[in-house]
Design a protein. Structure first.
Length: 523
């Protein structure tokens, strides 16, 4: 059935009736931006030329509020600085986040004021940087329902949620935000009304699309493309241009552009390496992860001939961009909070441990399918920390970076790559169980329960006993399809004492990696 999930959501009161939805849509999302010249009399005499330019600045997949690569790239303070720079020549500048910013993050395992931080630092930094728009990525649903609600409530920017809805029991409704004593439903569309100095006015419609890969229990998805087509047809005649902000694969964005050729721009996320495509007349832009770059797209609207010209430009956010001071204050506040957490755990986040060399590949889609230089490094580090072990095993889901680490690499980079940490445990294990574990790990390909191990073993003798080093998470039997791997399994003959001192690299897998990198170049 066409739009079956979408219609289910509507029946569940997730979508308002069309009249009510449009009524909300037409309430100006942003007050008309009227900027005056020095003389109001002179301004009133300026004739409306029927032309107006808007600027959309886009970042996506931003997990770090501070610069990365030893401070050379990214950082929310640089994002804020570029927005302010653009506003000096055009007040109609809008900053958008195309999904994946609340998780994964090293902050998600840290605490502040008695609670897990869980993206609070990102919302605080985005508010300071004066973001205007955001959409859900798949990783926004990594955190709990209660934590996501808190982040929504704390945000001062607008959200668009066209195909992602809040599921509570049998009920499906729009996500809500509770702010300043008001309850706001996250809209399925937004309508922006803007004007320029000579009085030209324009309306821009916005829709979103979120990939349906995260099956968190409190989320219900409608089909991204079918929903977008439906909503586009509802608003297209009420505005001068329609833009989509998405978080899905490039292939899915191309499919969206093909389904809605009238879209003038798709500002996308999900891929981390920066993408650019033009399908028909629709531009698709994706910046590099962690705000190493931003796409700046200028929309030039001619009201007379009803045309829209889009001029996209990729802007590198590197050392040439000065930091915005107000946003830097917020970033530094959270960095100080994090540093106190790290110090208590025996880490020095600013210590450079790998000054030069190849980038380390921690992209989720790669490490959950096979070995990379980063996964090989980790299991070798585990083996070195446990010299008596016959094999070292880790689950791919321990790596939450979903990105590449570019030298110089610091202790902080290792912390953010494996934010949950955890000790390395050693056990004596029957060969029969070890074989079952490794075979199951291979079957878990594409999942976080896919296993990496070192050294590779061509043959395992079922009756033999092997000393195995593995993450404490695995030994707890918490991994998908590997619940049989736990201390009570009769195939585990002995569990060695857990290391607790920060002087022992076995006490935290990240300490083992840092120690390994300090001692030698791993490749």
């Amino acid at each position: 059935m066409i739009l079956s999930t979408y219609n289910i959501a509507r029946k569940s009161a997730c979508f308002l009736s069309f009249n009510r939805s449009i009524r909300h849509c037409l309430i100006p999302v942003f007050a008309a931006l009227l900027f005056c010249s020095c003389s109001s009399l002179r301004q009133s005499s300026v004739r409306d030329d029927g032309k107006i330019e808007l600027v959309f600045m886009q970042v996506n997949d931003v997990y770090e509020i501070a610069p990365v690569s030893g401070g050379k790239h990214g950082g929310m303070a640089r994002v804020a600085a570029v927005k302010k720079e653009l506003q000096r020549s055009n007040p109609n500048v809008f900053l958008a986040m195309a999904g994946d910013f609340l998780s994964p993050s090293v902050y998600n395992s840290l605490q502040h004021e008695g609670k897990r931080i869980r993206g609070r630092q990102m919302i605080d930094a985005m508010n300071a940087a004066e973001f205007d728009l955001a959409v859900f990525g798949n990783h926004e649903f990594d955190i709990t329902e209660e934590e996501l609600q808190s982040r929504l409530n704390e945000s001062s920017f607008k959200w668009i949620a066209s195909n992602a809805f809040h599921k509570s029991g049998d009920s499906v409704n729009a996500f809500k935000r509770f702010r300043n004593g008001r309850v706001e439903e996250l809209p399925v569309t937004l309508m922006m009304t803007v004007s320029d100095a000579d009085g030209t006015r324009a309306k821009i419609g916005l829709i979103s699309a979120t990939i349906t890969s995260n099956n968190a229990g409190y989320v219900k998805y409608a089909d991204p493309v079918e929903t977008a087509v439906y909503l586009y047809n509802q608003i297209k005649d009420s505005c001068d241009a329609v833009i989509a902000i998405t978080h899905q694969t490039l292939r899915e964005d191309i499919r969206l552009a093909e389904a809605i050729p009238g879209l003038v721009l798709i500002m996308g996320g999900h891929e981390h390496d920066g993408r650019f495509n033009k399908t028909g007349n629709t531009f698709i832009t994706k910046a590099q992860a962690n705000a190493r770059s931003a796409y700046i797209s200028r929309l030039r609207i001619n009201k007379a001939d009803k045309t829209v010209e889009v001029v996209p430009e990729l802007r590198e956010l590197d050392e040439k961009v000065k930091m915005d001071s107000a946003t830097s204050l917020v970033v530094n506040k959270w960095m100080d909070i994090a540093d106190k957490n790290y110090s208590a755990l025996g880490f020095d986040p600013n210590d450079i441990i790998f000054p030069a060399g190849d980038s380390l590949d921690g992209r989720e889609a790669v490490v959950r399918r096979g070995a990379t230089n980063f996964t090989s490094l980790i299991v070798k580090a585990m083996a070195e920390a446990c010299p008596g072990a016959d094999v070292a095993i880790m689950n791919a889901g321990s790596i939450r970076l979903d990105d590449e680490l570019h030298p110089p690499i610091s202790q902080y980079d290792i912390l953010r790559s494996l934010p949950f940490g955890g000790s390395i445990r050693e056990v004596d294990m029957k060969g029969e169980l070890l074989k079952q574990v490794l075979e199951t790990g291979l079957k878990n390909r594409t999942r976080g329960s896919f296993l990496h191990h070192y050294p590779q073993r061509d043959h395992i003798e079922p009756a033999a006993v092997y000393r195995v080093a593995l993450t404490d998470f695995l030994l707890k039997g918490l991994e998908t399809n590997l619940q049989f791997l736990n201390k009570d399994n009769p195939g585990i003959l002995k569990v060695y004492d857990e290391a607790t001192s920060s002087a022992d690299p076995r006490s935290d897998i990240r300490l083992a990696i840092i120690s390994f990198l300090k001692k030698k170049k791993p490749f």
